[in-house]
Design a binder for this molecule. Structure first.
Ligand SMILES: NC(=O)c1ccc[n+]([C@@H]2O[C@H](COP(=O)([O-])OP(=O)(O)OC[C@H]3O[C@@H](n4cnc5c(N)ncnc54)[C@H](OP(=O)(O)O)[C@@H]3O)[C@@H](O)[C@H]2O)c1
Length: 234
């Protein structure tokens, strides 16, 4: 157990996050599934069958500092290390908004979860990696956050993911030469509650795009934006 690598996925109870948990467990990681609702997380673990034996489920709301601190204590007391952080949880693909009339209370909530949530998680969890001089952080982003191709659709979400991309560059620059690789990854357009039924990609394909950045060698890229291992324009 001591030598086993430890991974944490936020929003791991459904959608792409659950597929990441499954693929990490299949690779042999001890995987911590963060779930806002503990019971939903436990049910999701059961759905993974025997793989669930190497999965911990913890209550984790990335908008709530107390649950993040509890998660940090869990990692410290249970394992004393963290090798992988997948910042997957996000909300509000706000296709119902136009930028001029958008409800800014809702936009503020989107920024709180999609930008400050991963930032809080990085502050809580990256010290484990920096201390070990080893680790991978994957910020699950979206092409909707690419400033090179941005249009008017889903303004709150698009701005939140552009800001998450900027955070990725900051974290990567800080961690350079410290053994921790930080990248932003788009899973593609995926069939989930957020992506909707007409999306062409499965959750397994979306998760594979994300796990590419987990599997990077120590001399792999950091501070990049990728889909399926290929660079995307910022
Ligand atoms: N689906 C797509 O086509 C697509 C495309 C590009 C990027 N993405 C990105 O991929 C990631 C996963 O998306 P998805 O499609 O799997 O979304 P989803 O099906 O809507 O699932 C979102 C997950 O995030 C969790 N969550 C929401 N707010 C949270 C909070 N405050 N604290 C902790 N967990 C929270 C949800 O938990 P509950 O079950 O408690 O609500 C759920 O587990 C997101 O970052 C999304 O922006 C998705």
């Amino acid at each position: 157990m001591v030598n086993q690598k430890i991974a944490l996925v936020t929003g791991g109870n459904r959608g792409i996050g659950l597929a990441c948990v499954r693929q990490l467990a299949q690779r042999g990681y001890q995987t911590i599934m963060g779930s806002r609702d503990l019971e939903l997380g436990r049910a999701a673990r059961i759905s993974l069958g025997p793989l669930g034996d190497n999965i911990d489920v913890i209550p984790l709301d990335i908008a709530n500092r107390k649950t993040i601190e509890d998660a940090r204590l869990f990692v410290m007391e249970q394992y004393g290390r963290l090798d992988i952080l997948i910042n997957n949880a996000a909300i509000h693909y706000d296709s119902w908004h136009n930028v001029v009339q958008a409800d800014l209370e809702e936009v503020a909530l989107t920024l709180d979860v999609n930008l400050l949530g991963p930032w809080r998680m990085a502050q809580a969890m990256m010290p484990f990696m920096l201390k070990a001089r080893s680790g991978r952080v994957v910020n699950v982003s979206s092409e909707a956050g690419s400033m090179a191709t941005m249009d008017a659709a889903a303004p709150g979400y698009g701005v939140s993911k552009a800001a998450l991309n900027a955070l990725t560059i900051k974290l990567a620059a800080f961690s350079r030469e410290k053994g921790v690789l930080v990248n932003a990854v788009c899973p593609g357009w995926v069939q989930t509650q957020m992506g909707g039924e007409s999306a062409p990609r499965s959750v397994e394909e979306g998760a594979a795009s994300i796990l590419w950045a987990v599997d990077l060698p120590d001399d792999g890229p950091s501070g990049g934006f990728f889909c399926d291992g290929k660079p995307l324009p910022w």
